[in-house]
Design a protein around this ligand. Structure first.
Ligand SMILES: C[S@@+](CC[C@H](N)C(=O)[O-])C[C@H]1O[C@@H](n2cnc3c(N)ncnc32)[C@H](O)[C@@H]1O
Length: 255
């Protein structure tokens, strides 16, 4: 594929195989095409490893953080559950939003919470709403512990950000989907992997071994769920698609 940005003629040319598409440079289509490449180059350059929230590293694209904030504010969840803690920045982020909203708690699960990360998370001023669980997110003991911490009438949002292999994400979806409340989501993050197999830091088989495919196969088997990007609460533009590392991630419980 070739992309030619011509600022003189104000066009974007996209060449795929023997087809060439030409767009007004200052258009929705050009923004989406350029963003798709920007996200891939940025992923390779570890742009998502350059942010922190209230002092803790958070391994996310800020666009995804803001879209998640929009969902959290709208849903007003009682519980946010995240698999994959790392340095704890995302847990601190959710906790700070819940603190500002005056409601809700956070459960974070990681197969290994390193002592220095645990110490920093547990001593953080946003820790009061957070519970840390150490173990594999698909270990039945962990899954049962999480389930015992959630009441059936509660509003529950689940984010899956641990091991992003197809099989692990399918296993997580099957383990946690039943605790997601109606109109809330289970989010299979990092589906961008489908588009990264051939970038330098990408992995073998990622075009099929990725969370987006796991999400698609999960909803095909589970009619109570559908893949649906949350609507934007504010939009005075012609745009409509998230700029994201999480394409196809937002799995909504509809029944
Ligand atoms: C991408 S990082 C999480 C980033 C974090 N959510 C953030 O936004 O900053 C992935 C984490 O998943 C954890 N992990 C890997 N396999 C896991 C598993 N089977 N169960 C739980 N956590 C796992 C790793 O230890 C790592 O800390």
């Amino acid at each position: 594929m070739k992309l030619i940005i011509d600022t003189d003629s104000k066009t974007l040319s996209v060449m795929e195989g023997d087809q060439t598409y030409s767009y007004d440079l200052y258009s929705r289509k050009s923004f989406e095409e350029i963003s798709r490449q920007w996200v891939k180059v940025g992923w390779n350059e570890k742009y998502q490893y350059t942010f922190s929230w209230m002092g803790r590293p958070i391994i996310q694209l800020p666009e995804d953080m803001i879209r998640t904030q929009e969902v959290i504010y709208k849903l007003k969840p009682d519980v946010v559950i995240e698999t994959g803690v790392a340095h704890g920045g995302s847990l601190i982020y959710y906790s700070s939003l819940l603190r500002a909203m005056g409601k809700g708690r956070v459960i974070g699960i990681d197969i290994e919470i390193r002592p220095h990360n645990r110490k920093a998370i547990e001593s953080h001023e946003m820790f009061d709403r957070i519970t840390l669980l150490e173990g594999s997110s698909t270990d039945p003991n962990i899954v049962n512990q999480v389930k015992s911490m959630v009441k059936p009438e509660e509003t529950v949002l689940v984010l899956l950000d641990s091991n992003h292999s197809y099989q692990h994400v399918i296993d997580e979806l099957n383990a946690y989907a039943s605790i997601v409340s109606k109109d809330s989501y289970i989010v299979a993050t990092d589906g961008i992997m489908f588009d990264l197999e051939y970038v330098p830091r990408g992995g073998k088989n990622w075009s099929v071994d990725n969370p987006m495919k796991a999400a698609q196969d999960f909803v095909a088997q589970n009619p109570n769920f559908t893949i649906e990007q949350p609507s934007w609460p504010f939009n005075e533009s012609e745009l409509g698609e998230n700029i994201t590392h999480w394409p196809g991630a937002w799995i909504k419980r509809v029944k």
